[in-house]
Ligand binder design. Structure first.
Ligand code: NBG
Length: 837
């Protein structure tokens, strides 16, 4: 007994001594080695298990509490359905949330192990493309921090988003083998596996009670095995679950085939089943229309809903109360099959009447839209859909029939309205509009920033808003201050905590107390010292990964996000070329030295985005070594933007580039992370920029460019970019320099597709915003030269950014959509005086 208690103390104790003992034990018993022969990965694994052990008690409790909810809504479980997650490295974040960072460092110091090297060893799960996946992970952090019961359901991709290399200035994709050394954070729950059908046919059938129904006989089945990762909230009071499904064949070997000696046929099914969760589609804003993607969506949605029903029935509850215990959020349309699948499960498999099932389904489901870009709105061709999901198609058509009948009743004779609202798009070969399905099947639909939600109501889902305005709302995105300040910027976190106390880690509005320090000389000096330290670290890293020396005293002008024409990295490049031309004309000109830092991945099939990367690196190659420039302008592309690298970039930024064409960026969340780390934004009135500017004050934000309305008007009047090229000499000079092959020696036509698209169409209004952007950048230059003014802007950006915590966003989802009373926020993060979170 005494021994058992002692062992337990070692496994969960919080002192450096207990952590060190547990670590050595895990090294021995789990990794099979001793300290002196352990590899870095052995050490990382052993430490991760050590920290995981300290989460499991609250994790088990958390799972037990799920669905133990009361009828008044307390304890209701949020099921977040998301095809993407970007959790980032777990170890460091868990140390912060558990408040174990200091003791762990002490334990590792005692053993002579370099904790930072182990943190560096972790390979992050890259199970998403960008903002949408990272938002899902910020939300899981906040749900746990606010003590809301939650499961984040998704897909366990064996290969996540590719790793990005830069070769000869071009992006090169490298397969992401994140699981190759094992994943200490996940626990497979093989006995909670689910089976999912695919293809086949449907036929009328009678159940045991003699009622008519439909029987679906799938052509094949695949097994989903859940892998659970504990997600601990700040202060460690609550631990939730990210449950990711891996596809497997229901039986590994078809013995029939095996017996007659056909080994290959025997393993074939296993191989084809497992391809379902092999790879993440590396698409950001374009609908791939791929069959495997539809299978992935169906697979994870079906497994997840069946899992919820399993939990619900295990409590001996009737499915009629399902929605009282589960709030199911669809993160974009990727999980929108949930509408059809939940109906199928309730009606076909559990014998519920259609109307009742529809009431339960719509009460349980809600939908978040994340984009207005028409090319990104998911549609599935009828024939493709029918082959894979014949029963779901029938159900969707029945949902649509009933829905449109209701519309016709209220708006007799308006067949135009009916056609616009229909889930079925009859134009050019029939297809299913998944945003329509998600909207019809949800009780609440929201956009992700105020402006985006308004545009959603006036454009993409206008007719839906007209017939049911009450369904629509807004929840502006947010980011978790734990990872995006406490963890990634320990220097600033320590300064802030020392000044206003640590309460900001769970109530970000407390940052407002910093306003009083905005004019304080000594505080400003410290503020700048922290930023300079962060810039030095990034400079060292840039030298390592890109081989470029940059000056930490120069203005760090950063654009880090997916590469996309609408995000307009190339507008920044045109500005850089204009600066370069100035320095060439007058090498003695007084300028503010700038380091322009880009980072981000391009979808492998998106030629123009890849060409933009090549343009950035090519301009860098010319500018960086030009003797006339004398180091006053540098252009750097930092490869492989992911959570881990982002954590090093945001804290070092002076200027945050948020320059998308107005009306195109739904929200943005990088914009929030930059400001939270003291960068000042240059941006358009797009997405959440609008609200950031409102919060931080118009005098602390560099605004430029056409508004969304003016973009539309300009296009409606017949926008001709070539006219601007003809009339604007600076723009012309910049474009002609690219055209001349100055940045592509020996290949004058290299950038022609890019230049031609700007000259011919300029869909994203680069030329239209060129002057305004350059003027605004001039203002940036002069503001940065006034050190005190800049410091004040930086401090005020942080002091007033509190609204953009994902805790606030989750509180709004709880109040407006899920009807859940969140608990009090967990404890705060302890920030040590050594400047380490
Ligand atoms: C992205 C938007 C961003 C937004 C994130 C998170 C998709 C489909 N949308 O602007 O482009 O910040 O979602 O809401 O990835």
């Amino acid at each position: 007994m005494k021994n058992a208690a002692g062992t337990r103390r070692i496994r969960i104790g919080r002192t450096a001594g207990a952590i060190a003992r547990a670590f050595l034990d895990n090294l021995h018993f789990l990794q099979g080695c001793e300290l002196r022969e352990a590899t870095r990965n052995d050490l990382y694994m052993a430490l991760s298990y050590t920290i995981r052990d300290r989460m499991l008690g609250s994790w088990i409790r958390g799972l037990r509490e799920i669905a133990k909810s009361n009828p008044d809504g307390t304890g209701k479980t949020v099921c977040y359905l998301s095809a993407e997650y970007l959790p980032g490295p777990h170890l460091a974040n868990n140390l912060v949330s558990l408040g174990l960072h200091e003791e762990t460092r002490r334990a590792m110091d005692r053993l002579g192990v370099d904790l930072d090297a182990l943190l560096e060893q972790e390979e992050e799960p890259g199970l998403g493309n960008g903002g949408l996946g990272r938002l899902a992970s910020c939300f899981l952090d906040s749900l746990a921090t606010l003590s809301v019961n939650a499961i984040g359901y998704g897909i366990r991709y064996e290969f996540g988003i590719f790793d990005q290399d830069i070769k000869d200035g071009w992006q090169a994709e490298v397969a992401d083998t994140w699981l190759r050394h094992g994943n200490p954070w996940e626990i497979a729950k093989t006995e909670l596996s689910q089976e999912v059908g695919l293809g086949g046919r449907t036929e009328p059938s009678r159940d045991r009670a003699g009622r008519w129904g439909v029987k679906w006989t799938p052509a094949s089945r695949v097994k989903g095995v859940p892998y659970d990762t504990p997600i601990v909230g700040c202060g460690a009071e609550k631990c939730n679950t990210m449950r990711l499904w891996k596809a497997e064949a229901p039986v590994s070997f078809d013995l029939q085939d095996f017996n007659i000696g056909d080994y290959y046929a025997a393993v074939e099914e296993k191989i084809s089943s497992e391809t379902i969760t092999k790879i993440l589609y590396p698409d950001d804003a374009k609908d791939a229309g791929k069959q495997l993607r539809l299978i992935q969506q169906h697979f994870f949605v079906s497994c997840s809903l069946k899992d919820m029903i399993r939990i619900h029935l295990s409590r001996r509850r009737s499915l009629e109360s399902f929605h009282e215990h589960f709030a199911v959020q669809m993160n974009d349309t990727h999980p929108s099959l949930a509408v059809a699948e939940l109906m199928r499960l309730l009606v076909d498999e559990h014998g519920m009447e259609w109307d009742k099932a529809w009431a339960v389904t719509t009460a349980a489901l809600s939908y978040t839209n994340h984009t207005l870009l028409p090319e990104a709105l998911e549609k599935w061709r009828f024939d493709l859909f029918k082959d894979l999901l014949p029963r779901h198609l029938e159900i969707i058509l029945e949902i649509n029939r009933r829905f449109l009948a209701g519309v016709r009743e209220k708006h007799p004779g308006d067949e135009g309205l009916v056609a616009r609202l229909s889930i079925v798009d009859e134009a050019g070969g029939r297809s299913l509009r998944m945003a329509h399905l998600a909207t019809v099947g949800s009780h609440a639909v929201n956009g992700v920033a105020r402006m985006h939600s308004e545009l959603l109501k006036s454009t993409t889902l206008r007719d839906f808003h007209e017939i049911s305005p009450g369904k629509f709302g807004n929840v502006t995105n947010g980011v978790t201050p734990r990872r995006w300040l406490a963890l990634c910027n320990p220097g600033l976190a320590e300064l802030i905590s020392r000044t206003i106390g640590p309460g900001w880690t769970r109530d970000l509005e407390e940052l407002r107390k910093l306003e009083d320090c905005a004019g304080d000389k000594a505080f400003g000096d410290e503020w700048r010292r922290v930023k300079l330290d962060n810039k030095k670290s990034l400079a060292a890293r840039i030298r390592e990964v890109a081989g470029i020396a940059v000056d930490p005293d120069s203005l760090f002008d950063v654009q880090a996000k997916r590469i996309h024409e609408y995000k307009r990295q190339h507008l920044s490049v045109l500005h850089i070329i204009a600066l370069y031309l100035c320095l060439k004309r007058d090498p003695a000109a007084e300028v503010t030295p700038r380091t322009c830092i880009f980072s981000g991945k391009a979808a492998p099939g998106y030629f123009m985005a890849k060409l933009i990367i090549k343009l950035i690196t090519s301009v860098g190659a010319v500018v960086n070594d030009d003797p006339d420039v004398r180091g006053r302008l540098k252009v750097v592309f930092v490869p492989d933007f992911n959570v881990k690298n982002a954590q090093k970039i945001y804290p070092a930024a002076d200027l945050s580039e948020q320059i998308s064409t107005a009306g195109k960026e739904a929200s943005g969340t990088g914009n929030m992370k930059f400001a939270l780390n003291g960068a000042v934004t240059i941006g358009t009135l797009d997405g959440a920029n609008v609200e950031i500017r409102e919060e931080v004050g118009v005098e602390n934000f560099f605004l430029f460019g056409l508004t969304a309305d003016r973009v539309q008007e300009t296009k409606a009047r017949g926008y001709r970019p070539s006219d601007l090229h003809a009339s604007n000499s600076c723009l012309r000079e910049v474009i002609e320099l690219i055209r001349s092959g100055h940045f592509s020696p020996g290949q004058p036509d290299l950038f022609r597709p890019l230049v031609d698209s700007l000259m011919d169409r300029d869909d994203y209004m680069i030329f239209a915003d060129f002057d305004s952007y350059l003027d605004c950048q001039d203002e940036v230059d002069s503001a940065y030269r006034h050190v005190d003014r800049w410091t004040r802007m930086s401090i005020l950006n942080v002091a007033r950014i509190g609204k953009f915590s994902s805790d606030r966003a989750i509180r709004e989802y709880c109040r407006d959509i899920w009807k859940i009373e969140p608990g009090p926020a967990g404890g705060e993060v302890k920030i040590s005086s050594k400047g380490e979170a």
